[in-house]
Structures are given as structure tokens and as C-alpha cells.
Design a protein around this ligand. Structure first.
Ligand code: LLP
Length: 426
């Protein structure tokens, strides 16, 4: 459920016509809906009821300060994977004390910054990482709270690039090694054992893999307790899928109910953390783009060339993701034709959709839906294209929450070589 809808044939974000945003801000441009973000976050929060929980929005999905700020005001925690994401959270008014630091490789400066800021917990993935965190904590005279990320070896049934819970993936530790790391952590004066963490992948559309993973995590918690190691929370990661096209993922309420049923049966008072990203931000954003030309291919295909490219939204090219593409204005009587919707980047992988039925004319606007997560954050400057503007709609008004990048910003920090002395020239 989102707040992008047609009013009299014009696509709106909440109460604002997208056409107006395109006219004022230009295209391509990401448009987010505050009401949708809040609705999704609250759906998770409400589903936990009175059970102690923390929703740590996964910043990697969309780290725009406005997005983080809206969620921080709701009391959200955050899941970060870099020192840069920590900086964003703090800048947006998020609380370090509600922030968990995930990821398979953390640099010393990132660990230092996180300790100084007072984050809630490091989710660690190796013994080496434990030792580094311990050494840095000792130097800073702090005690670092840690969870170990388990690799439960379950198949998330999602795209291989975003599946993380299999034994063959780089993520987490198997039971035996994890237990050994917990024992080291327990005996380390610079470390406090805090929780157990797990994340099996992204864009999951069924509960089965979650159930399998959770039963392994709960069994592992029993083994920890048998070894005299107590934890103060279970972090079950993120990954709940959204509807891009015809998927039917469980709702946040169904997902949380399933998690709590299993947790409740074995550890009824254990606080639970989750790290949703896509399920909060995905359907809260669209990519707004203008048609540059409608072109007939050499074969029978028709191409709809738009001003956004794979550098702005890479998901279709990288994961063969199918995202809906819809007209911003519905013209009565314009003929429907089947188009490949492509960008201007010099690669044949630069497409947003193949064989899409659209009723459009040149210079019309299109919206690529479900672009609020893993859209702007994955944008690049490939082909020397400035990254798009980002806008947040809030009821009847909109705010530019990131200006379109300038051409000068494309080479900021770069330089040509110094002039050479004449003798060096041939
Ligand atoms: N927690 C951890 C430890 C993660 O690695 C991730 C995502 C999340 C939480 C949030 O997962 P979510 O709820 O958003 O599924 N670029 C890819 C997705 C990569 C996800 C990586 N990790 C895409 O566009 O599909």
C-alpha cells in the first residue's frame, strides 16, 4: 500500500501532481512519500504490540537524510554497514544508542567512530573482527557490545546476488565457530556479549526460509545458555520482500506474527530487533523520468528512450528486476503500444523494462515504481551523468531533499597532471 495514485488521470504523490514536481525540479528525479514511509514503519512497530522490540531501519536501502529524519522522528533505530551511514544517521537526528553496525568488513576508523558515538551493538562476522573491536575498545577505554551473525545455511529463494544465508555465502559464521567466538567474547574484558544476529537475504516473498532460519537461531541460543552465555536480544535482520510486479510477500504484520510465534514459544521475554529496509522504503518512492524519443528498432521492436539511465536505477540491469512503469498522465485515446523502455547510457543492459504496454507520446512523463529502496543509493555517475534530484512529498507540499548533482561535482577532487617542464617534451 502506498500513496501514489491517479486523480483525474494525473499521477500524484500524496496530494502533489508528479507533473508539477517534474516542471519545478526537472527529470530524472526520485520522489518519496513521507506518509508511505511512516505507514510501513508503523506497520512493523504495531505488529510487535507490547513485546520489547527495536526496528532498525536498514540505511543502505535509502540513506537520504530526509528519509532517515522522518524515521528518526518516529523513534526508529538504524542498521548501518559503514562509517558513512553512521554519519548520515547522526546528521539526520537518529540515535546512536539505537543503531546496530552490521557488515562483513569494518575498518578501524569505522569501529572507532561507532564506539565513540555509542552505538548499541556491533554485529560481527569473524573472530578477527572481534579481536580488532576489542583492541580498539581497549584503547578508547570503552566496552563494545557485540552480537555474532549466524549463517543458518538456509536458502532464501531470492536472487543469488541478494541471498546471504547459505553456507557458501561470505556472511556470518556456522554454529561451531560462532560458539567459539562467543566464548572468546565472554572472556574479553573489552567486550560485552549482547545478542545473536542473523540475516538470510533480501526480497524474501515467503515465510518458510525465515521459519527455518529462526528455529536454528533459537536452538543456537539454547546452546549459548547451556554454555553460560546470556544474551539480551535477538536480531533477526531484514529482507522482507515487497510487491514489484506480481509477487505476494507476507505483510509486515504476518511476518512479525510468524517471528513472534516462534520466539514466544521458546524465549517469551527476549527483546527482538529487526532490520527492514526495502519493506519500508521500496514502495515509498518512484523514479520520475521524461521520454526523450519514441524510436522504431531495426527489427520490429519499439523503443521508448527516457532521460533516466541505469546509472540512476540499476536494479533492472543488475538483478533483472521487473519494476512497474506507468504513465504520469493518462491520455484519452492515445494508442497503446509495446515498448522497451531504455535509458541513454551506452550499454544494451541500460533498460527499465522490456515489452511494456504504454500509451505515450514524446516528452511525456513516466514513473518507475517501487524505486524508493536500492534506487538513489545505488546511483552512479557512469557516462558522466549527474545523479538525480530527490524530492519528498509531505501531504500537499514537496521538498527537494537532495539537489540534482551539478556538472562541476562530477570531477570535484580530480585534477590533470601538473604542466611538464619543456625539457621533458619530445
Ligand atoms: N540487514 C542486513 C545485514 C542486510 O545485509 C540487509 C540487506 C538488510 C538488513 C536489509 O534488507 P532489506 O530489508 O532491505 O531486504 N541492492 C539489492 C538489495 C541488497 C540487500 C543487501 N542487504 C537490491 O536492490 O535488491
Amino acid at each position: 500500500m502506498d500513496h501514489f495514485h491517479y486523480i483525474d488521470g494525473h499521477l500524484h504523490a500524496e496530494q502533489v501532481p508528479l507533473k508539477e514536481i517534474a516542471a519545478r525540479v526537472g527529470t530524472p528525479c526520485y520522489v518519496y512519500s513521507r506518509a508511505t514511509l511512516e505507514r510501513h514503519w508503523r506497520a512493523f512497530d504495531r505488529a510487535f504490540g507490547e513485546h520489547p522490540h527495536r526496528i532498525c531501519y536498514s540505511v543502505k536501502a535509502n540513506g537520504n537524510l530526509a528519509v532517515l529524519g522522518v524515521l528518526a522522528r518516529l523513534g526508529s533505530g538504524f542498521d548501518i554497514v559503514s562509517g558513512g551511514e553512521l554519519r548520515r544517521v547522526l546528521k539526520a537526528g537518529g540515535a546512536a544508542a539505537n543503531t546496530v553496525f552490521s557488515g562483513v568488513g569494518k575498518q578501524d576508523w569505522e569501529i572507532r567512530d561507532a564506539l565513540k558515538a555509542g552505538i548499541a551493538c556491533f554485529n560481527i562476522e569473524s573472530e578477527q573482527e572481534l579481536r580488532r573491536i576489542s583492541a580498539i575498545a581497549e584503547r578508547l577505554r570503552r566496552v563494545a557490545a557485540v552480537s555474532v551473525r549466524l549463517n543458518p545455511d538456509v536458502d532464501a529463494n531470492t536472487h543469488p546476488y541478494i541471498s546471504t544465508g547459505l553456507r557458501t555465502n561470505k556472511f556470518g559464521l556456522g554454529d561451531a565457530r560462532a560458539l567459539a567466538v562467543y566464548k572468546l567474547a565472554r572472556d574479553d574484558a573489552n567486550i560485552r556479549v549482547s545478542g545473536v544476529a542473523c540475516h538470510i537475504g533480501s526480497q524474501l516473498t515467503e515465510l518458510g526460509p525465515y521459519r527455518d532460519a529462526l528455529s536454528r537461531v533459537l536452538e543456537f541460543i539454547d546452546r549459548l545458555e547451556a554454555a553460560g552465555i546470556r544474551i539480551d536480544h535477538l536480531d533477526f535482520g531484514g529482507g522482507l520482500g515487497v510487491r514489484y510486479h506480481a509477487e505476494t510477500p507476507p505483510s509486515p504484520a504476518e511476518y512479525v506474527a510468524a517471528v513472534m510465534k516462534q520466539v514466544g514459544a521458546r524465549a517469551p521475554r527476549l527483546p527482538v530487533t529487526i532490520e527492514p529496509g526495502r519493506a519500508i522504503a521500496g514502495n515509498a518512492g518512484i523514479l520520475l523520468t521524461r521520454i526523450l524519443c519514441l524510436k522504431r528498432g531495426v527489427e520490429r521492436s519499439h523503443f521508448c528512450v527516457v532521460d533516466a539511465g541505469m546509472n540512476d536505477l540499476i536494479r533492472p540491469a543488475l538483478y533483472q528486476a521487473r519494476q512497474e512503469i506507468i504513465e504520469v498522465e493518462r491520455h484519452a485515446g492515445a494508442g497503446v503500444r509495446c515498448y522497451d523502455v531504455v535509458g541513454p547510457v551506452c550499454e544494451s543492459g541500460d533498460f527499465f523494462g522490456k515489452a511494456r504496454r504504454l500509451s505515450v507520446r514524446e516528452a511525456d512523463l513516466l514513473a518507475v515504481r517501487t524505486a524508493g529502496a536500492y534506487g538513489a543509493v545505488m546511483a552512479s555517475n557512469y557516462n558522466a551523468r549527474p545523479r538525480p534530484a530527490e524530492v519528498m512529498v509531505d501531504g500537499g507540499v514537496f521538498h527537494i531533499v537532495r539537489k540534482r548533482e551539478t556538472l562541476g561535482a562530477l570531477y570535484r577532487g580530480e585534477s590533470v597532471l601538473p604542466p611538464e617542464p619543456p625539457a621533458n617534451r619530445p
